[in-house]
Ligand binder design. Structure first.
Ligand code: NAP
Length: 303
C-alpha cells in the first residue's frame, strides 16, 4: 500500500508529489496522458515568480524531473474509480489493475471545452485544433482564427500572429476576460484582427476547414470569414466524471476549500478541478503543496 496516490501529473499533482516525497511518503502518481497537464500547451510562461520566461513544455519537464528525482513513481494509467476500504482507499485502473493508498489526492485537471457545433469532431486535425503550440506551425503564412476571450485565446492569437499571415480573434463579447496586458499586445499586432461580439455558428469546407460562419451577438447579423485553421480556446471542463459518486462536486468541480479537503476524509483535491476562483499555474502548484501537507497530517495524525 502506498502512503499517497496522486491522480493526475499536471502542475498540481507533481507539486504534491514533491511535498509528499520530501516528507518521506511513498507516492505514486497515475497519469492517463502526458505528464505536465495543460501547461505543456502554453508557449511561454511569464508569470511564475522568479522564472522570467520559460516554455510550458520545459516547465513541465523540470517539474516532472524534480518529482521523480525525489523518488515519486509515475505510472501511465487512467484511474477509473476510487473507493474507501477498511485501511484506506482502493484505486481501480483502466488497465484492470488496482492499487491502494492511505490517502488520495485528486489533481485531475480539466480538458478543453468544445464548441459543440456540427462537424467540430469531423474537422479535428483538418483545420480545427485546441492547441496552438502543438499545431500552430502547420499554419505558416496561412490565415487562422482563434475563438475565445480568456488568457489562453489571446496568448494563442499572439503566438499564431508570429506564424500565420493573418489571425482573427473571435470572441462573443466586446470585453475580454484576458489580462489587459495581453489584450493590448494583441491589439498592437498589425496582422491580428479582433472580431467581436461574434459566435461561431457553423464550419465550412470539405474535406478540410475553409471558413467559419459567424453571428453577431448584438444585432444578429451574419458574416463569413475564410480561414485555413480554427483554434478553439474557450475554456476547460473539469475531468471529474469518474468521481461524481465518491465526493461532492459543484458544477463539475470538486468541492474543496483552500485547505484542499473534500467531503471525504482522506481524499484531497488540488489544481484546476477544485472549486476555486483563480486557476493559474501558481495556484495549481500551491494547491499541490497544501493538499500534500494535508494528506500527510491525515496519515500521521488522523486529522
Ligand atoms: P477562461 O478564462 O475560462 O476563458 C474562456 C473564454 O472562452 C471566455 O472568454 C469565454 O467567454 C469564452 N467561452 C466560453 N464558452 C464559450 C462558448 N461556448 N462559445 C464561445 N466562447 C466561449 O479559459 P482560459 O482562457 O483557457 O483560461 C483558463 C484559466 O487559465 C484562467 O484562469 C486563465 O487566467 C488561466 N490562464 C492563465 C495564463 C497565464 O496566466 N499566462 C494562460 C492561460 C490560461 P466569456 O468571457 O464571455 O465568458
Amino acid at each position: 500500500m502506498a502512503d499517497i496516490i496522486i491522480v493526475g501529473a499536471g502542475p498540481a499533482g507533481l507539486s504534491a508529489a514533491i511535498y509528499a516525497r520530501r516528507a518521506g511518503m511513498s507516492t505514486t502518481l497515475y497519469e492517463r496522458e502526458m505528464y505536465g497537464g495543460q501547461i505543456i500547451n502554453t508557449p511561454e510562461i511569464e508569470n511564475y515568480p522568479a522564472i522570467a520566461k520559460i516554455s510550458g513544455f520545459d516547465f513541465a519537464n523540470d517539474l516532472y524531473n524534480q518529482a521523480i528525482n525525489l523518488g515519486a513513481t509515475l505510472e501511465f494509467d487512467k484511474v477509473t474509480a476510487v473507493s474507501k476500504t477498511d485501511s484506506g482507499f482502493e484505486v481501480a485502473l483502466e488497465s484492470g489493475r488496482t492499487d491502494t493508498a492511505k490517502a488520495v489526492i485528486l489533481a485531475v485537471g480539466a480538458s478543453n471545452r468544445h464548441l459543440g457545433i456540427a462537424r467540430e469532431d469531423e474537422l479535428l486535425g483538418k483545420g480545427i485544433s485546441y492547441c496552438a503550440t502543438c499545431d500552430g506551425a502547420f499554419y505558416k503564412d496561412k490565415v487562422v482564427a482563434v475563438n475565445g476571450g480568456g488568457n489562453t485565446a489571446v496568448e494563442d492569437a499572439i503566438y499564431l500572429a508570429g506564424i500565420a499571415s493573418k489571425v482573427y480573434l473571435i470572441h462573443r463579447r466586446n470585453e475580454f476576460r484576458a489580462d489587459e496586458v495581453l489584450v493590448s499586445a494583441a491589439k498592437a499586432l498589425p496582422n491580428l484582427e479582433i472580431v467581436t461580439p461574434y459566435v461561431i455558428e457553423s464550419l465550412t469546407g470539405e474535406p478540410k476547414l475553409s471558413g467559419v460562419e459567424l453571428t453577431n451577438k448584438e444585432d444578429g447579423s451574419k458574416k463569413s470569414v475564410d480561414v485555413d485553421g480554427l483554434f478553439v480556446a474557450i475554456g476547460q471542463e473539469p475531468k471529474t466524471a469518474d468521481f461524481k459518486d465518491l465526493i461532492t462536486l459543484q458544477g463539475g468541480y470538486i468541492e474543496a476549500g483552500e485547505n484542499c479537503r473534500t467531503n471525504v476524509e482522506g481524499i484531497f483535491a488540488a489544481g484546476d478541478a477544485r472549486t476555486k476562483k483563480v486557476r493559474q499555474l501558481t495556484t495549481a502548484c500551491a494547491d499541490g503543496a497544501v493538499a500534500a501537507l494535508a494528506a500527510i497530517d491525515y496519515i500521521k495524525l488522523g486529522v
